[in-house]
Write a protein that binds this ligand. Structure first.
Ligand code: NAD
Length: 291
């Protein structure tokens, strides 16, 4: 399950039927996008929206079945999509994921580093190495490796765009994460700014979206993928605090964001509308950190 496998190619099907992508004049027409963690949650919504805007989408996920479902949904709407099973924490998977994108669609224009796992709010005094390492490997080292593999492709093509999924946990100390998650997302923000600065004159942009609470299955998915430590007495009450912040009125309209509200912000950063937006962190948290 950890190895990369090519599930199916939407391009071949669409081309054979002489079909076109949903919107030929969309904001991402003729672009090729690679989205990690696109089997569920925000990644899935980003993939669907990008395809609607005309992009050919590589749907990558450690869970190949969910990736296949996202790709199938896109192809059923006459979009172009390819599902790839890949663990962003594995160098070989990252390498094959990017190579497969380029060999299938001929180029790569947009990288969205969205895959991530949650750390069950475990504080520094309790975290075990297994959990720490898995969270850092997935949320921080993974995006670095995908970027490292993608930059030469962008340079050869004279440009490209990167959108990383950070979090408000990337610039606050306890909103939405324990030690490992908070550290990983702070790292993502640093990585985003460093890449933006160093490649700014090569027509490469790198930004991050920083969501607040979003309605996804991240807690259950993360327990499955990194369940070394699960919620216990202290962290259960911290989890409730976070849930309560929403209902207690610290967040706009006392609700979580829906994943498509994050996807729209990612689309903006990925599109030419954001041509001078570089090294930015776009918070989409319904004013939670405004408090
Ligand atoms: P999700 O669990 O619904 O989706 C994450 C996807 O990433 C899953 O399909 C999962 O299988 C995949 N994934 C996990 N580890 C992977 C790996 N090693 N390689 C490849 N794929 C992997 O969760 P989500 O809420 O949509 O999370 C998406 C991103 O948003 C994450 O980076 C998360 O940290 C971030 N985020 C989430 C929230 C929230 O409230 N849900 C808030 C801020 C930021």
């Amino acid at each position: 399950a950890m190895s990369l496998a090519l599930i199916s190619s939407g391009m071949a099907l669409a081309a054979a039927a002489g079909e076109t992508v949903p919107d030929k004049n969309g904001k991402l027409a003729n672009k090729v996008a690679l989205i990690t963690g696109a089997g569920s949650g925000m990644g899935r919504e980003i993939a669907l929206l990008f395809a609607k805007e005309g992009a050919a989408v590589v749907v990558a996920d450690i869970d190949g079945i969910s990736a296949g479902k996202t790709a199938e949904t896109i192809r059923n709407a006459r979009g172009q999509a390819l599902a790839v099973t890949a663990d962003v924490a594995r160098e070989q998977d990252v390498s094959r994921m990017v190579d497969t994108t380029v060999s299938t669609y001929g180029r790569l224009d947009i990288l969205v580093n969205n895959a991530g796992i949650f750390d069950m709010l475990v504080p520094a005094g309790e975290v075990i190495d297994e959990l720490w390492d898995r969270v850092i490997a997935t949320n921080l080292t993974g995006p670095m490796r995908v970027i490292r593999k993608t930059l030469p492709v962008f340079e050869k093509q004279n440009g490209g765009v990167i959108v990383n999924t950070a979090s408000i946990a990337g610039y606050t100390g306890a909103r939405g994460g324990g030690a490992a998650y908070i550290a990983s997302k702070h790292g993502v923000i640093g990585l985003t700014k460093n890449v933006a600065f160093n490649y700014k004159d090569k027509n490469i942009r790198c930004n991050a979206v920083a969501p607040g609470r979003v309605e996804t299955g991240i807690r259950a998915n993360s327990e499955k993928l990194a369940g070394a430590q699960t919620l216990h007495d202290a962290t259960v009450s911290r989890w409730k605090d976070i849930e309560n912040a929403v209902t207690a009125g610290y967040v706009t309209n006392r609700r979580k964001a829906s994943p498509d509200e994050i996807a729209k912000a990612v689309l903006f950063l990925a599109s030419d509308d954001a041509s001078f937006v570089n090294g930015s962190i776009l918070t989409v948290d319904g004013a939670w950190t405004a408090y």
